[in-house]
Design a binder for this molecule. Structure first.
Ligand SMILES: [Zn+2]
Length: 174
């Protein structure tokens, strides 16, 4: 079976946004909003990349805001949060060039949590997720942020509500 035909594990490349790890967390969530995606590939300086879901990064940001304050938490780069995210789903994206590599891949409940870039003629055509739940995390809507007063915000921005002075202290994920 070609990976493109595996609808429960494959996502076409154009549906998965990419963002540099040096970008702010506010930018990460803005990119998810623009793409209506629940996760993104984070590009690291060593030309590696990691798949990060909005739910995982959002949880880390809110936890940091509780200890260090909203201002500090919202100004940090995605890269700063990656260590905290290693306890979540540490997904390094690797390249698959050959049909044989793709066929040999373990998929399903007992497989390790992995993301693989599928290349055809040198171009990335899509991503293959070893777990359906990981695949689903891309295809869900980005988080909605809720302030201490209960207002819902599409963007994380500076970590404060757009409608009142309260910080965003909760997250709603589909
Ligand atoms: Zn508010």
């Amino acid at each position: 079976m070609k990976p493109q035909d595996d609808a429960s594990h494959y996502v076409p490349a154009h549906k998965v946004p990419q963002i540099d790890a040096t970008s702010s967390v506010a930018r990460f969530f803005a990119v998810l909003q623009d793409a209506r995606a629940g996760g993104a590939l984070v590009l690291l300086p060593d030309s590696k990349s990691r798949y990060v879901s909005g739910r995982a990064l959002g949880t880390a940001v809110l936890a940091r805001a509780k200890t260090d304050g909203t201002d500090a938490a919202s100004e940090l780069s995605i890269h700063t949060y990656l260590r905290a995210l290693e306890q979540e789903v540490p997904v390094t994206a690797t390249n698959l060039h050959q049909q044989s590599e793709i066929s040999a891949l373990a998929l399903g409940e007992n497989a390790p949590y992995e993301v693989h870039r599928v290349l055809e003629d040198g171009c990335v055509t899509g991503l293959l997720f070893t777990h359906e739940s990981l695949r689903d995390s891309v295809l869900t809507n980005p988080p909605v942020w809720i302030c201490a007063d209960g207002d819902e915000n599409d963007q994380y921005d500076s970590g404060y509500c757009s409608y009142c002075p309260e910080p965003l202290d909760r997250m709603k994920t589909p």
